[in-house]
Design a protein around this ligand. Structure first.
Ligand SMILES: [Ca+2]
Ligand SMILES: [Ca+2]
Ligand SMILES: [Ca+2]
Ligand SMILES: [Ca+2]
Ligand SMILES: [Zn+2]
Length: 412
């Protein structure tokens, strides 16, 4: 098992190994939490992910299904994994949605969901196991706390916990929303643009930032251009180009169609990097009526992954009487919450894009098994929580007024 000092040693060892230029054939194996890891670490790509998801679905037909919810411009499937007992039945259970790789150059964001799927499939059919050989079984689950006070953290995850979560929850996972971007190793998708208004005869650039393409408060930048870097998000050549219309892209349409035909209660969207988490609103300093619930769930996730919960949003305080306008309209969590009242977070994993410090990555993979299981467990009572935690927002009428002004002008 991992000892604290060996982590430090291993970290420096891995740093040295991973900066050896590509082409060097030095391959080493390290063991991490019972899994053999090859150094330099190899991230999944679209085809290796497709292969492993197919294998897992074939080998675990009772608890895992694999479907395509859309085909991208370059012809790749947007895979949707469902994990639950009686997986082929739509049971009346709380539903959770986990997403990765809105941005193609953020590799840990698909690695985390894939690793979680593998862990769940591994553990589901396993007897309760003393993973760390200390004579105790499941004494230290992945919850960010050293439950048995032995100096090792979360070293003996519970197989029963996996079974209980699958029994009571329908878990939906889109590990790679933007496979074209992943293959091209860049942020946006790969659909051609034909000039800013789409009328040029020739291709002028490629791709839309999918996390600016969701249709909530989408026209705020048109109404308040200075507040939202209007010139950048409407310039097809930038990394944050929002697209011609809300939901103009195949990938965001696929998520939209899926969400609209399900009853999702909590959602996590993984990105990379920064080691922090945010929640709505994303276009305004105004609070949502569920601020307390967001904070409660956010702090509990923070205990597990040790990431900072940005309670004041991305840029500043929430406590203004006049809502301050700034941020990123068109992000997934804003739409998920704004349109469907889904308790939705963005989690920025790791410390580099993409992460090259293997230990940092492996810790993120492990800790977010705990985070994902926690939100599943939390989903069991979420509908009651939403009522109990609902707070009227005193200046809501100002936000409503802004919403209707924007809607009036853009007929949306
Ligand atoms: Ca165990
Ligand atoms: Ca044990
Ligand atoms: Ca322990
Ligand atoms: Ca623990
Ligand atoms: Zn991102």
């Amino acid at each position: 098992m991992f000892k604290k000092n060996s982590i430090a040693l291993l970290t420096s060892f891995i740093l040295i190994i991973t900066i050896i230029p590509a082409g060097n054939s030095t391959i080493n194996n390290v063991e991490y939490r019972g899994v053999n890891v090859t150094i330099p670490y190899e991230y999944y790509n679209y085809s290796s992910m497709t292969q492993v998801l197919n294998e897992l679905a074939t080998n675990n037909p009772d608890i895992m299904s694999l479907t395509s919810i859309g085909v991208t411009y370059e012809g790749r499937d947007i895979w949707m994994v469902k994990l639950s007992d009686n997986v082929n039945v739509e049971e009346d259970e709380p539903e959770v949605l986990l997403m990765g790789a809105h941005h193609g150059d953020e590799r840990p964001s698909f690695e985390v969901p894939i690793y979680f799927i593998k862990h769940v499939c591994d553990k589901y059919n396993m007897e309760n196991t003393d993973d760390d050989n200390d004579g105790l079984i499941n004494e230290d689950i992945i919850d960010g706390i050293d439950n048995d006070d032995d100096g090792l953290l979360d070293e003996d995850p519970s197989e029963d916990r996996i079974r209980e979560v699958l029994e009571k929850t329908e878990i939906y996972i889109i590990p790679m929303i933007n496979p074209d971007g992943v293959e091209y190793e860049w942020r946006k998708n790969r659909e051609p643009n034909y000039g800013p208004d789409g009328t040029s005869d020739v291709i002028t650039s490629y791709g839309v930032d999918l996390n600016r393409n969701y249709g909530y408060a989408w026209y705020y930048p048109d109404f308040f251009p200075d507040k939202y870097y209007y010139e950048y998000i409407t310039d097809e050549n930038t990394w944050v180009y929002r697209g011609e219309e809300a939901f103009s892209e195949i990938e965001t349409q696929a998520v939209k169609n899926f969400v609209e035909t399900h009853n999702i209660s909590i959602s996590l969207s993984y990105h990379d990097y920064g080691e922090w988490m945010i929640f709505p609103w994303m276009h305004s300093s105004s609070r949502t009526p569920h601020e307390k619930l967001f904070r409660s769930i956010g702090y509990n996730m923070s205990r597990i992954n040790k990431y900072e919960l940005k309670i004041y949003g991305q840029y500043g305080e929430r406590e203004y009487f006049l809502p301050q306008l700034f941020g990123t309209p068109g992000s997934s969590e804003n739409w998920l919450y704004g349109e469907h009242e889904i308790i939705a977070f963005t989690i920025e994993l790791c410390s580099h894009r993409p992460e090259f410090n293997v230990n940092r990555l492996l810790d993120a993979l492990w800790n977010h098994i705990g985070v994902n299981l926690y939100v599943c467990e939390r989903s069991w009572t979420i509908e009651d929580d939403k009522k109990d935690y609902y707070d009227k927002v005193p200046n809501q009428w100002i936000s409503d007024l802004l919403d209707s002004l924007v809607a009036l002008k853009y007929h949306k």
